[in-house]
Design a protein around this ligand. Structure first.
Ligand code: 13P
Length: 252
């Protein structure tokens, strides 16, 4: 049997001001049930310290940043280092999100550097991959995701790789209300796991959590999460509402 973690991670993106973010975290803390499933809140940078205080007593609730810089520090105006994130209680960093790849032109190589920096500072990457609609329509989605995963992750040692959470987020399903079907999600997750088997072996692959992201809602989460290779979700819009986020946790 697999011993990988089930995870529901919220990605708040650029939403909620500071007080609204703290209120959302408090609402989640008030109702979160003790569970084997790990909940992660991916909050904007300025919310991290405040949210960290609110969630600190809850065992299965952790904090993620949505990005980081790959350098140690120095003259990078406006950027945030992994050391800064660690110092405010951050455990995870979401990296390679399609919005970062698209709007900020992040390459597989840059994301790889951020993954390594995150690991070096003792945090765990949530590594995102996924294809756009024309790529899927051309039948090239596995090829593209394989390239993202290989170039983003596969020069890590097995020990480092085993700390990474992978999130498959088909770009056509993000924020669109169109979710991948459970079969489409399962097919890609199994494919990603097979890549990990080839590179790191069965044991590491079996322990790797692969989350699905893209219009996960309380109404579709159970069916998605019931797929054998879907180990949870990376949730955008529905993570901005405590009741919805908690309902998705319950679906795990
Ligand atoms: P939605 O759940 O809003 O589709 O966003 C998914 C996502 O991008 C999470 O990182």
């Amino acid at each position: 049997m697999s011993h990988r973690k089930n995870i529901v991670a919220g990605n708040w993106k650029m939403n909620k001001n500071y007080e609204e973010g703290r209120t959302l975290a408090r609402e989640i803390v008030a109702k979160l049930k003790p569970s084997e499933t790990l909940a992660i809140l991916g909050a904007p940078y300025i919310h991290l310290k405040g949210v960290s205080h609110i969630i600190s007593d809850i065992n299965n609730l952790h904090l993620a940043a949505q990005n980081c810089h790959q350098e140690e520090g120095g003259a990078y105006t406006g950027e945030i280092s992994t050391g800064m994130l660690r110092s405010v209680g951050c455990d995870y960093v979401i990296l390679g999100h399609s919005e970062r790849r698209d709007y900020f032109e992040e390459s597989n190589q840059l994301i790889n550097a951020k993954v390594k920096k995150t690991l070096a500072d003792g945090m765990l990457p949530i590594f995102c991959c996924g294809e756009k609609l024309p790529v899927r329509e051309a039948g090239d989605h596995e090829k593209l995701v394989a390239q993202q995963v290989k170039e983003g992750l596969f020069d890590l040692s097995a020990t480092d790789f085993s700390k990474v959470v992978i999130a498959y987020e088909p770009v056509w399903a993000i924020g669109t209300g169109v979710t991948a079907s459970p079969d489409q999600a399962q097919e890609m997750h199994a494919f990603i796991r097979s890549l990990v088997v080839d590179q790191y072996g069965e044991e590491v692959a079996d322990a790797t959590s692969i989350l699905y992201g893209g219009s996960v809602k309380p109404g579709n989460a159970k069916e998605l999460f019931s797929q054998p290779d879907v180990d949870g979700g990376l949730v955008g819009g529905a993570s901005l509402n405590a009741a919805d986020f908690l309902a998705i946790m319950d679906a795990m």
